[in-house]
Ligand binder design. Structure first.
Ligand code: ZN
Length: 315
């Protein structure tokens, strides 16, 4: 009897031990297994190679296993990390970023990425994409983006002589309506705005460009006029605005008034001195481009070119 009780006690004891230790054993087993498997992951290997977890994650977002293996064979690539961490990084541009970066190591990464994204490593007119006219008020026309030869806005209206030098000049309806509001506001401040150039057709731009080219050469023509299809005036969204009372526009009240107020009516100054390096166009403080109020305010506040704005917010 006593022996039996003892035996029973022993059994209970074993069960108790099993209840406690088997789960511990199982948990430990999986921990070890997970740990072993984690050590085989890229995350572990990259952290082991001196990268942070965040740096690894951004690399993994862009690169395949082969590329990751190659990276692990070399020292930590700080420059690559800087590039891929840039919020405007585009994978297909990687070679071009690296080429430019190796060439100009002292330029900051933001500028490298910007320059390449805008194709500025190519000569003007060297690579040409078709302008996406479906972007309407936000379409991009520059030395890398070209309008179709036959593009003509459907809603061109004739500008009244009150607002314009010369007769029969045309502009898109929405642009005209906004301009008239702006004209009134300027007038209330004692400023007399006047449009000199508005819509210009492909054929007219071509005639101007060819005349310049025949006078001297292509280089000369390029220094003065946009090539046909590359002028914003063909969009019907661009106007050259002057001061009716002052032929010296640079020093006119209209110039300073427009710089402060044009964005409120949806217009941005497109070719300023600060923008030359990006736009590739000479300073033309009188050239205003209509983009609509909302976007004009953002561009004005951010103090960036329309080319940059387009690449980061519209494209
Ligand atoms: Zn212009």
């Amino acid at each position: 009897m006593k022996k039996k009780r003892l035996k029973l006690k022993k059994k209970v004891w074993y069960i108790l031990v099993a209840i406690i230790f088997i789960p511990i054993f199982i948990i430990s087993f999986f921990k070890v297994k997970n740990n072993y498997e984690y050590k085989k992951t890229y995350e572990y290997r990259f952290i082991n190679a001196g990268y942070s977890k965040e740096e690894y994650q951004v690399l993994a977002k862009y690169f395949d296993d082969d590329y990751l293996e190659t990276l692990l064979k070399n020292d930590k690539d700080e420059d690559l990390i800087k590039l891929v961490s840039n919020k405007h990084f585009i994978l297909e541009n990687l070679d071009r970023y690296q080429k430019l970066y190796n060439h100009y190591h002292n330029i900051d990464i933001d500028e490298i990425v910007l320059n390449i994204n805008l194709n500025l490593d190519y000569d003007y007119y060297e690579v040409i994409e078709d302008t996406d006219i479906s972007k309407n008020n936000l379409m991009l026309v520059n030395k890398y983006n070209k309008l179709p030869d036959d593009y003509e806005p459907e809603d061109l209206v004739t500008i009244g002589v009150k607002y314009c030098w010369g007769e029969g000049k045309k502009i898109r309806k929405e642009v005209y309506e906004s301009f008239m509001k702006m004209w009134e506001a300027a007038y209330d401040d004692g400023i007399y705005l006047v449009i000199n150039l508005a819509y210009r057709s492909y054929a007219d731009q071509e005639a101007i460009y060819n005349r310049l080219m025949n006078q001297k050469n292509r280089k000369y023509a390029d220094s003065i006029a946009a090539r046909p299809g590359h002028s914003e005036h063909q969009t019907g969204l661009a106007i050259d605005i002057f001061d009716r009372n002052n032929t010296d526009f640079e020093n006119s009240d209209a110039n300073s008034w427009l710089q402060e107020n044009a964005y409120k009516y949806g217009f941005i100054q497109r070719y300023t001195e600060d923008n030359v390096a990006i736009t590739g166009f000479n300073t033309e403080n009188y050239h205003y481009r209509y983009v609509g109020k909302e976007d004009a305010k953002k561009i004005f506040d951010q103090k960036i070119t329309f080319d940059e704005y387009y690449h980061y917010n519209v494209k």
